[in-house]
Design a protein around this ligand. Sequence first.
Ligand code: ZN
Length: 282
Amino acid sequence: MDRDDPFGRSPVMTSGTSLEALVIPVAAVVGLFVGSFLNVVVYRTPLGLSVSTPRSFCPTCDRQLAWWENMPLLSWLFLRGRCHTCHEPISVRYPLVEATTALAFALVAWAWHGTLPTVGYCALTATAYSIALIEYGGQRSPLSVGAVGTGLGALLLVPGFLVVHRGTALGWAFAGLAVGGITFGTMRARDPEGRNPLHHGRTALPLAGLWLGGLGWRPAVTGLAAWVLASFACLVAVRLARRRDEGTVAERRTAGRMWPVVTAPLVSGILVALAVSLGAAA
Ligand SMILES: [Zn+2]
């Protein structure tokens, strides 16, 4: 194993800048389309609706969108953020989700130097982002989103890790998945309805275990430390805001006024851990 490279790639692979130059833009374009799909997932799954049918429609005039109205980012810019028929504004949230997913996929490809594990980590990124967006929107992310996305990511990581000769890392990734899965199962057994706000976003725990386990111990420890710090910062922020205006009505007001990122400490902690650990591994 190359001592300088946390992923254990051979010098030939790490010097593959031409591979990176090819994969990073491809990952960004794929990210735009995946981001477009995430908008559908985030809107429909908490309502128990199918993500495949019906096709995308305008929420104001109910008209189904033509393919050219449904192009990630471009359609929104072309239509200047308004529906072609009813001229009602289309939320800027849609192109923002598409652009940030593209950026996240490009960062994953950069961190993995364009090698095959990029694919699995992009699937996990999309899943973590969906869970976060649903939770930040004040809804509970259904178990199906985490289960399908994490399962897909795990399947894609198998060929990815084997191609870059990281069989050991694959073993640790699945050990992490088991730890995250057991932690999630324990939380779910204690609080089946997910009433405790500290449990919100717990469906991302198996994903976090899989992600951190596959990066090696140094990035994993760095990520875990960032997780604890980020969660602690969220809890302090919530506590301080509650102390300022006391009483349950005030609390509810505060909860509505506060940044959703702070009121879902588990989700925010996991997101920070994923990003920091990936940066540490790169
Ligand atoms: Zn419309």
